[in-house]
Write a protein that binds this ligand. Structure first.
Ligand SMILES: Nc1ncnc2c1ncn2[C@@H]1O[C@H](COP(=O)(O)OP(=O)(O)OP(=O)(O)O)[C@@H](O)[C@H]1O
Length: 823
């Protein structure tokens, strides 16, 4: 407000010096009157023009008799209307004269809304050119009816035809129209091609989505029918057993078997509502601001002017080329279809007698410990049934908790787990395995709406919960996952389920995997998708890493990638990869400064214990570092191990892996090492797992995906167009080999001297600096740094810190290089 006042004063001061009439013309009232005059006049012209087309022949004789009141005109707007129309349409530009009327209307609006004069003049120029072009074209197309083109169009047409002939004029007109569109609407050929490509890609994706949707709908329908059937079975049993209610009020829950579809539709409506509210907000804001300004009485035109000048380069780029699309290079990439996955009979059928027997055993066992039951409820899952018990009033939960082991022993069945109390509820849970377990197929979890419509960054469909709901978690939020389980309990299947989920949801441009497989057999199938989804070190043949030294190199290289990414994030002034990529897509980051779209990197290590045994600290240090720091920059680790002992999963690793999956383990101690709680030793194996993300523990039946299915998926992806090579990680040279490379002066990079000067000037030996200044790729910059190290210009590798620069200035640099030549 303080700033506004003086400008108002100044305004009035200048007006005071002018004559009153002049001052009035400059006032807002005069402008409003002028604006309305222009709009009225344009309407007047339009009506006159339209009427002229119907009456022009009758009115011919009245044209010269403007002042003779005895002569009447048939034009709706009288003789003035007829004369004006005759002037513009007949003698002027024909039907194209309507452009004048339209332009007058727009100018009226411009004056009312106080647009800049220069913009109004520009709009007039474009309109006049369009009018002349249309008039000539109409003259060219329709020679006989002069009203279409007007005399101007007709004459110019004749004149030009005398020189360049009819065909020449046709070509010239087409060219002029094209040039008009290109210059006025900034249409370029590149843009046209890009739009075409995007349209085609979108269409193909839509088609594949429709196919997938159809398949998934069909499956959903099938499932609903199956579930309804199961509902009936369970309902019946409830009725049958109701007679036993006197003994105990046992009740079977059917919540789990409700068709999930109703829940999904809920989610959809919520989403829609959300978008609507968000969409309205900005409009309201704009209106408010304009009103505020009007109240103060300050010329709004000033604000508008600033607005147009703030339109920066990125907005313009986005306007011209659209948002950056990272998937463009593989725009035709098709996601694997559902039919590559096997389907199983997944109807949960549990024998009512089994339920009854289990209930009796539980009631009896608890009675032995003098624990009375007020209510018991069963939730049937794919592999286990959860019996929820409400103890009688006055019974302490801690009592049951203390008896946990005894109760488990009394029930004497494998896989019984007691949860006392169930978090968030006042009940006690006893999980008892079903005699006949149901396989949870990857097909059912992948095709579930929950997974398909999940907005997560890296969604992973792990399996199904005890209430038969698909369990989807976001790897990006975890942010790292520790997986443990004794041999043969479903770890490899679990890893494959995680990888498969990501393959079904993420484009090759969005996620890259680094696979470490010391067993050399588990992950080999993924070799087929090397150029789509895998990342590897440069100059390494096999993308899947099987030997320990390469693992060490890869982990260190990943640390460098992490540091580079942090540099990029810092330069872009964002906090995480999501914001960074959003900014990059909006073309706010210049690729010439080293910026690029960053894919998520998922590092999978199978048999971690093996690695720790062979490489120890060498592996542990970079893993711990990555685990601590990599979450913000999109590097996520999945570490699987058979032996979850404390010397493998050390404190530092554990602290940084809050998300953990435990398959069946052999001892309670192992369970405690992974989950910080018992329970994993009570699992039944075959994909039965416990998942925790730090707080509560969920029992999940892991989705089953076997090798032939993975093979089909990798074949499907592998047969499609790929990138020219796998995603390359930064080069890592370890300390021993570092100084021996590129000693030969003759082999040096052409940019060696420039690089040396940059490093000496900045007194900072980092590859990313060279990347930025010399506009190089990381590999070349890395090689230059190695050569500079070999020449003694920079010091050795110091982890994440920039290398030390050993040469203080240019004089010393010249001297050093001269000495080299002499040697
Ligand atoms: N989710 C599951 N559903 C049904 N069966 C499963 C599931 N997961 C694993 N199995 C069964 O268990 C067997 C062993 O699984 P898997 O190969 O994943 O074990 P593992 O823990 O990786 O063993 P190892 O550590 O020796 O490699 C599978 O062949 C399969 O028959």
């Amino acid at each position: 407000m303080a700033k506004r006042k003086p400008s108002v004063k100044k305004h009035t001061k200048t007006l005071e010096n002018k004559p009153p009439i002049f001052a009035f013309l400059k006032t807002k009232q005069a402008q409003t009157i002028f604006g309305f005059f222009l709009i009225s006049f344009s309407v007047f012209l339009c009506i006159a023009f339209i009427s002229f087309f119907f009456n022009w022949q009758e009115d011919q004789s009245t044209l010269d008799q403007l002042t003779n009141r005895a002569v009447k005109s048939s034009n709706l707007l009288g003789k003035i209307g007829a004369n004006l129309s005759h002037f513009f349409i007949y003698k002027g530009f024909g039907i194209a004269s309507f452009i004048i009327a339209i332009q007058l209307f727009l100018m009226g609006l411009d004056v009312l809304f106080k647009r800049k004069l220069s913009k109004i003049i520009l709009a007039w120029n474009w309109s006049l050119v369009a009018m002349v072009l249309i008039s000539i074209s109409l003259g060219f197309l329709h020679v006989k009816f002069a009203l279409l083109s007007g005399i101007v169009g007709f004459e110019i047409n004749q004149y030009l035809q005398d020189f360049i002939g009819k065909t020449g004029l046709a070509i010239a007109l087409i060219f002029l129209f094209a040039a008009y569109i290109v210059v006025r609407y900034k249409v370029t050929f590149d843009l046209f091609i890009e739009k075409l490509k995007q349209k085609r890609a979108a269409k193909e994706q839509e088609e594949s989505l429709i196919v997938e949707e159809n398949i998934s709908n069909a499956k959903e329908d099938e499932k609903t029918i199956e579930k309804e059937k199961t509902n009936e079975v369970v309902k019946k049993t409830v009725e049958e057993t109701s007679e036993d209610k006197e003994k105990s009020n046992f009740e079977k829950s059917v919540i789990d078997l409700k068709p999930t579809i109703s829940k999904h539709s809920d989610v959809e409506t919520k989403k829609e509502e959300l978008t609507l509210t968000v969409a309205h907000e900005p409009e309201a804001n704009i209106e408010e601001t304009v009103e505020d300004l009007n109240d103060v009485g300050i010329d709004v035109a000033i604000g508008r002017e600033e607005e147009s000048s703030t339109q920066n380069l990125s907005d313009k780029l986005v306007k011209d080329f659209g948002e950056f699309d990272p998937t463009l290079e593989l725009a035709n990439f098709k996601f694997p279809t559902f039919n590559l996955l096997k389907q199983y009979n997944e109807t949960i059928s549990i024998d009512p007698e089994e339920l009854e027997a289990n209930k009796d055993r539980i009631v009896e066992t608890l009675k032995n410990y003098k624990i009375g039951i007020a209510e018991i409820k069963a939730t049937v899952g794919p592999t286990i049934t959860l019996y929820e018990i409400v103890p009688e009033a006055g019974i302490r939960i801690s009592k049951i908790k203390n008896l946990e082991d005894d109760i488990a022993l009394s029930l004497s069945a494998l896989g019984i787990r007691i949860i006392a109390p169930i978090p968030g509820k006042g009940t006690i849970g006893i999980e008892v395995p079903n005699k006949k377990s149901t396989i949870v197929s990857m097909h059912s979890v992948i095709s579930s709406k929950k997974f398909q419509e999940s907005p997560m960054e890296l969604p992973v469909a792990l399996g199904k919960t005890i209430s038969n709901e698909t369990f989807v978690v976001d790897l990006a939020k975890m942010p790292h996952l520790l997986m443990a389980g004794a041999t043969g309990q479903g770890k490899s299947v679990g890893l494959n389920a995680v990888l498969t989920s990501l393959l079904y949801k993420k484009h090759p441009a969005e996620v890259k995997f680094i696979l470490v497989d010391p067993k050399k057999v588990e992950l080999t199938l993924f070799n087929k998708i090397e150029r789509h989804y895998l990342a590897k070190l440069p100059d390494v043949e096999e993308a899947i890493i099987t030997d320990t030294t390469k693992v060490v190199h890869t982990l260190n290289s990943l640390c460098i990638e992490m540091d580079n990414r942090y540099d990029l994030l810092k330069a872009a002034m964002v906090r995480n990869i999501k914001e960074y990529n959003a900014k990059f897509k909006a073309r706010k980051l210049n690729p010439n400064d080293g910026h690029q779209f960053l894919p998520y990197i998922v590092l999978v290590i199978d048999e971690f214990a093996d690695l720790i045994m062979t490489a120890g600290k060498e592996v542990e240090t970079p893993i711990a570092r990555l685990a601590q720091l990599a979450r913000a920059i999109g590097i996520h680790l999945i570490v699987a191990t058979q032996r979850p002992s404390v010397n493998v999963i050390t404190g530092i690793i554990k602290a940084n892996f809050p998300a953990r999956i435990a398959f069946r383990v052999t001892s309670k101690i192992d369970s405690r090492t992974i989950l910080d709680a018992g329970g994993a030793d009570q699992l039944i194996g075959r994909g039965d797992l416990l998942y925790t993300a730090g707080n509560d523990i969920n029992r999940i039946q892991c989705a089953f995906v076997d090798t032939p299915e993975v093979e089909k998926i990798t074949d499907f992806i592998g047969s499609q167009k790929a990138y020219s090579e796998a995603f390359l990680l930064p080069e890592y040279v370890d300390d021993e080999s570092g100084t021996t490379v590129d000693i030969d002066i003759a082999d040096r990079d052409k940019l060696f001297r420039d690089a040396a000067e940059i490093i000496v000037t900045a007194q900072q030996g980092s590859a990313s600096l060279l990347q930025r200044k010399l506009k190089l790729g990381y590999n070349r910059a890395g090689r230059l740094i190695d050569q500079l190290e070999a020449a003694g210009i920079v010091g050795g590798f110091e982890g994440s810190k920039a290398r030390q620069v050993l040469v203080p200035d240019f004089v010393a640099l010249d001297q050093l290089l001269e000495n080299e030549k002499k040697v």
